[in-house]
Design a protein around this ligand. Sequence first.
Ligand code: ZN
Length: 247
Amino acid sequence: MKLTERVYLVGSGSAGFSLTHESDCHIYLIDGGSEFALVDAGAGLGKASILDNIRTHGFALEDIHFLFLTHLHADHAGGAAGLREAMPHLKVLAAKDMAFALREGDEKAIGLDAGKKGGYYEPKYRFEHCPVDFELVDGQVIQVGSVAIKAWETPGHCAGHLTFVMEDSGKTVMFSGDNLFFGGKILLQPLPDCDLQVHIRSIAKFAGWGIDVFLPGHGCISLKDGQRHIDEALSWPERCLVPPSFL
Ligand SMILES: [Zn+2]
């Protein structure tokens, strides 16, 4: 599904548009002209349909050079190993803080043990370990063809969460992962690396940015006036209240 001049939606689960496996987050493809990138990988249970969607839009798997991971929760990063296998030139990029968890397939570090107990994943589901080619830190810019993608550290929903921002035909596009959802909603979980105060600071980082296109990890998206979701989220702590929950 083409969203903007340079961004396509190639995967999405039941908390979104049900394009691919129900456990998948939104998976975006960025068209940099001569190079291409994905944002997030899904859970790894619906690889074939993601690859089909990429090909259907006319992109060759060998031309996808980068996989940007917003964070390592299984619905976003569980599919990284499978995509890397299917795409010979794919480089995997994740936050420096948590890269070890993907390299080691550390299910406890990413909260998957709790996710299994909560019934969100089958007990037999495995978080596939995967090499990380680049460890990203705050403010780092990665060039994908003619598009510059900037990584911002946005912990709070979990450790090692990144938000990506790029320019697309005069519009500022934000890939917010699970840092922020449509309507200013957030997702707190009773996990050791989830922290409300840190989370709010990670949203406040984007106050006044004039974001146009708002592309979160799940749920509804905005193709214009994306800044309103940031403003809405920040209006709650201003009143000493917690932003509403996405789920
Ligand atoms: Zn998450």
